[in-house]
Structures are given as C-alpha cells and as structure tokens.
Design a protein around this ligand. Structure first.
Ligand code: SF4
Length: 325
C-alpha cells in the first residue's frame, strides 16, 4: 500500500512491511495481510464511512463534498489538515446512529435529511431527502414527490399564489413537494437549482476566500441605464439594503457593505449563506431610487372634502402597510 488512509478516525498505512490500523479508542495494531481483512471488518463503521467519502463522494477540497459533510455534521476540514485532534472529537458510530434515524439540517427554507440506506450494495451508503421547512412533519403521501433535480427550477419559479419569484432566495418558496432518495451529487444540484451559488459562496466564506464586491465597486462599474446608480446618496443605499436585503426579504446574509471598511447601518441578516455583491434586483431598485432622488419637486393642489381627505389618507396607509393584497 502506498497511500495512507486517514478519514474520520480511521488510519491505515503500510509501514516497514506491516499494515498499521488505528481507530479511535484503540491502539494502533500492526497486521500482516492475512490479519488485515478481519481487522477491517472489526473496524466497522469506520471502514464503510471511509469508503463512502472516498469512493462515492470523492472530490476532496470541493464545495460539494464540504456541503455533504455539513449535512451530516461531519468535520469538514480533513484530518490531514486539521491534525489528529479533529478526529477524536467526532464519533463515526454516533453519527451512524443519527443517520439511521435521518439527520436533518436547514438551508434557507429547505430541509435536507441525510439517511443511511438499509438495502444498499455496501454499508454506509447515504441518500438525501429534501423538503420545504413547513413540510417537515407533513404526511409524505400528501406531497408532490420528485427525484429529478431539474424539477426544482419549476417549483422555484412561482410562489404559493402563482406569482413569479424574480429573487430565488426570497423567503417565498412554496411548500407541498419533496425530493427523495437523491445521491449526494443530485442533492447539490437540487439545492443549487433552488438557491443558485449558495453552496459555492458558503464554501468560499468558510475558507475565508469569499471575494466581496461592495456597493461602491459594483455601482461604479454599471453601464447603460444603470450608469446612474453610483450617484445614489449613501443614506439611500442604507434604505435600499433595509427594504431589499433584510431577512424578511432575502435569505442571503449580506456580506457587502457601502465600501470596504465603511459598513451600512442596516443589519446584515442571519442567513446561512452569504451574498457577495449587490444583485441585479438591488441595482434595478437603486436606479429607481436614483431617478426618484433626481426628480424635480413640483407643487400640486387638490380640492377635497374632509371626508375625501380621510378616505385618501386611509387608502395611502393601507398601501403603505401592505393591506391591499
Ligand atoms: S443583494 Fe440583497 S436582495 Fe440581492 S441577493 Fe444579496 S442580500 Fe439578497
């Protein structure tokens, strides 16, 4: 054996003509080839866990692998980089126990359930289910059931009232569906269809490599009809972030600020995945604000009875409070 295995507490290497096998809680054993098979069998579930991450998932260092490990609360930094201490803090048997029951994690309005497959060709194989957070306790038979990740795009297109969702990370995803028995690759594809680029940006942020474009940088490189957005007063950028980017409007956590070292006063939000630059909807809103700011003021006079004035005020209040449906 030329390679050394070091995954989630399982260590196996070839050293001075013998195999050295170690699992948490056991001293390293020096074994010949004949004894290795029995020892590997006794080392379950570490061996099947290693096989799943090595042969099925692979992709060491990729966002896909990091996300799948996050889904089952496995340490994301691999043992070689983290040092041996990382292995001792997590127990694969404990994780298997939780995976048998189905381990749930939330991602925006999605809930991913990771579970071990009972009748899989090898022990340790995982599958993934995905549903809306409002449907976690719903009867599965009452939900639309999908297995093809491409269906997620159709579901994400409109909200519960059939209105188009221009912002895919708006908290308006409709419930009533489930994806079941997905492979790790299919799960990542499905999540990406619901929330584009959120896994990649989460992974970049986790590594400290998220390249953030702040408002001023983004605004000054706009051209055409959006060329004017860099004229928006700083105060108005704050109002815009407050009306477009807060948690009630968008599930991304705003990582961009007015400029590097010049933070907006609006809270960034608590979302799990970051937003690395002002999106096209915010740029479009900024253009509207810029136009509004530059409109010349004029004086208009209306003749109303007192009752009409009261009606008009009530109407304006209802629009402002979003009570008109
Ligand atoms: S700019 Fe604001 S609204 Fe757009 S994706 Fe980012 S956080 Fe969401």
């Amino acid at each position: 054996m030329e390679r050394k295995i070091d995954v989630d507490g399982l260590r196996l290497e070839h050293e001075d003509g013998a195999y050295v096998l170690e699992t948490p809680g056991d001293d390293p054993a020096r074994l010949d080839e004949a004894a290795l098979d029995d020892a590997l069998e006794a080392a379950e579930p570490y061996v099947s866990n290693w096989y799943y991450w090595e042969a099925t998932v692979g992709g060491e260092g990729t966002a896909r692998r990091a996300f799948l490990r996050w889904c089952e609360r496995a340490p994301i930094v691999d043992a070689q980089r983290a040092g041996r201490a990382a292995d001792a803090t997590r127990s694969v048997p404990d994780r298997y126990q939780r995976l048998r029951d189905g381990l749930e994690r939330g991602w925006g309005q999605l809930v991913v359930t990771t579970r071990l497959v009972d009748d899989a060709p090898f022990d340790g194989e995982r599958v993934y289910d995905l549903c809306h957070v409002d449907d976690v306790d719903a009867d599965a038979a009452a939900l639309e059931r999908y297995t093809d990740p491409r269906e997620a795009r159709k579901i994400a297109r409109a909200d519960e009232d059939g209105r188009y969702r221009p912002l895919k990370t708006a908290p308006t995803l409709r419930p009533g569906w489930t994806f079941t028995g997905l492979s790790g690759e299919q799960l990542v594809e499905t999540v990406d269809a619901f929330y584009p680029a959120t896994i990649a940006n989460w992974d970049r942020e986790r590594r400290g490599e998220l390249d953030v474009d702040h408002w001023l940088e983004t605004a000054t490189r706009q051209t055409g009809i959006y060329d004017v957005v860099d004229e928006l007063p700083r105060e108005a950028v704050d109002w815009m972030a407050e009306s477009c980017c807060v948690d009630s409007q968008c599930l991304r956590r705003r990582a961009w600020q007015y400029a590097d070292g010049d933070d907006l006063s609006t809270p960034s939000g608590d979302g799990q995945f970051p937003c690395r630059e002002p999106c096209s909807l915010v740029i479009a809103a900024a253009r509207e604000w810029t136009d509004l700011e530059s409109d010349p003021e004029r004086r208009y006079e209306l003749e109303l009875t007192e009752r009409e004035l009261a009606q008009l005020s009530a109407l304006i209040d209802a629009v402002a409070d979003d009570r008109l449906g």
